[in-house]
Design a protein around this ligand. Sequence first.
Ligand code: DX5
Ligand code: ZN
Length: 232
Amino acid sequence: MQGRGRDPGRVGDLRIAPSLLSADFGMLAEQVGEVAPSADWLHVDVMDGHFVPNVTIGPPVVASLRRHTPLFFDCHLMMTDPGRYLEDFAEAGADGCTVHIEIGGTDELIARMRGLGLRAGLALNPDTPFDAVRPYLHDVDLLLCMTVFPGFGGQSFIADVMPKVAQARAVVGADALALDIEVDGGIDTTTAPLAATAGANVFVAGSAIFGHERPWEAADAIRESVRATTAR
Ligand code: DX5
Ligand code: ZN
């Protein structure tokens, strides 16, 4: 089964990716509709109750949402065994899937994502060193630097991750890699500029957007905060 491959936009461009984790799960389609005009991607947090303690969204929800929006679905698989579900996500209409380096089997997972027509992403936790992902960067489309420990929305941004983001941006520049650098966790109008300065270009935000009375305004504000800091 092939992913549909909706346009992710140009690599390295500023992207705002609202995270559904903080949306009202009883009215997901409405929440997505509210934020869509101000969003580039939709970040879908998949938690398996094993890699992280929480359980959230799976392929059936992705398939349902697919009928309501043409947005690029950026699926963050916080799972011990994502390989078992990649085909289901592709079939459900995921555009990109991101797996964690900490679970191992990375070469095979990247090959499986490619084979399914998915954009391939690799995530690393705040305490995982950059060297762990370095060998795979020429093989993936996106590096997700977690700026909180995965599992819950609404946590505080870990600024100590910024040198790692800068390290990744330096390698992208030196090796001319076609790689997006995404940050996820505690992103708002104060922290997004810090991450942008370090070199991130994709900004995931859950509570800062869906915790706001007018989510689209919050997404626009994060975009503006980054634009004011960088030329992106
Ligand atoms: C955390 C998730 C994040 C989360 C971000 O495990 O991967 O995507 O939704 O939420 P905020 O923006 O509230 O930190
Ligand atoms: Zn996420």
